[in-house]
Design a protein around this ligand. Structure first.
Ligand code: F6R
Length: 366
């Protein structure tokens, strides 16, 4: 059932053009210029009028929440907080009844995320879910929600569930922004048109998978790695680091690129691979100077760049190109080479990729 792939994780990485498309299916209507999210129809007004949206999640799903924060704040101008469910639940959190608490969970069974929701409900907030498993506990206890249609995810390291979560968050943010008028119809239509081209662009990233193996071969013996990104790609840096550490057992940390000089720069030497998300966009020039800082300390730079890039490619030791797209949608492209590199590093190190030590697919105890 691995469909000819060596591991479920690799199969699931390759399924992403389809799982993203499946998650969009029946929801994007270019002809009518609308997004249909049946599951949250009764909560559109509540979302548009929300005082605040709070995402609660764990692990990779929390990273999807951080991406959602950028999307929702940029598009809807509603203040967003993103909370580790395990911290939120024990903090006696301040929740207003016009807050909307959105749980993100692949399994829909994560104990901390479920407990965070229960508290939100007790305090009178509206609760929504973004889950992958139909009929799961979180999908049942929430007032409403929108499923990801990633299909079963078997590999313990989450890949296609993450990109499906980001897809649902994007659809929700675009829909609510259009509904409340924080983006106009022509902006909305332009975003829709561009967004539906993302599965094909993910396919183009996957066509370059061989390069990820070359990069993995070179850095597979590293003992530490740093992942840097800015803006909406900062959470992708966190996700890249999590993927690498959980399956290859290489110590890895993700940072907002500008934070590097506040501490982690001390770690950089010629043995330190630094993965930098350096796509074209509002942060590009800033990231270029962060790369210069790494190179000045003999660090090795592996950059994720936009097709046709010159400046970063000249500076970086290796680079991996992704197609151009609107900044808001870039996480769906930039995360894919990081998933692939982690996968290949782990395989080369002889690790059990689909079932890493000490990890469970669904964490139903706190
Ligand atoms: C990492 C990973 C975990 C999960 C986390 C939340 O690859 O899979 O970090 O993302 O345990 O799980 P769900 O999304 O099922 O609530």
């Amino acid at each position: 059932e691995k469909g000819g792939y060596d591991h479920f994780m690799l199969k699931e990485i390759y399924e992403q053009p389809k799982s993203i498309k499946d998650t969009m299916r029946g929801r994007i209507h270019l002809d009518k210029g609308l997004i249909a999210l049946g599951g949250i129809r009764d909560y559109e007004r509540a979302l548009a009028n929300a005082r605040r949206i709070i995402f609660v999640a764990c692990g990779t799903s929390w990273h999807a929440g951080l991406v959602a924060e950028y999307l929702f704040e940029e598009l809807t101008r509603i203040p967003v907080e993103v909370e580790y469910a395990s911290e939120f639940r024990y903090r006696n959190p301040i929740i207003y009844d016009d807050d909307i608490v959105i749980a993100i969970s692949q399994s829909g069974e994560t104990a901390d995320t479920l407990a965070a929701l229960e508290i939100a409900k007790q305090k009178g907030a509206t609760t929504l879910g973004i889950c992958n498993v139909v009929g799961s506990t979180i999908s049942r206890v929430t007032d409403a929600g929108a499923y990801t249609h990633a299909g079963p995810e078997i590999g313990v390291a989450s890949t296609k569930a993450f990109t499906a979560q980001v897809t649902v968050a994007t659809l929700m943010a675009l829909h609510i922004a259009h509904f409340k008028g924080s983006i106009n119809t022509s902006q909305f239509n332009r975003y829709l048109f561009e967004f539906q081209s993302i599965p094909d662009k993910v396919e183009r990233v996957l066509e370059k998978a061989a390069e990820s193996k070359v990069i993995a071969e070179i850095y597979k013996d590293a003992t530490n790695a740093l992942f840097l990104g800015r803006g909406i790609n900062f959470p992708v840096a966190l996700e890249g680091a999590l993927k690498l550490k959980e399956i290859s057992y290489i110590h890895a940390e993700g940072y907002p690129a500008a934070e590097m000089k506040h501490g982690p720069i001390a770690l950089i030497d010629e043995n330190m691979p630094v993965f930098v998300i350096a796509n074209q966009g509002p942060s590009y020039k800033k990231v270029v100077s962060n790369i210069e800082e790494v190179k000045a300390r003999s660090g090795k730079v592996i950059a994720i760049v936009t097709e046709g890039d010159k400046d970063v490619k000249d500076m970086a030791d290796y680079s991996f190109e992704v197609p151009e797209c609107d900044e808001l949608f870039t996480p769906l492209l930039t995360v894919v080479p990081l998933q692939l590199i982690s996968y290949h590093v782990a395989v080369m190190r002889g690790c059990n990729v689909d079932q890493p030590r000490n990890l469970a697919k669904s964490v139903t105890v706190e």
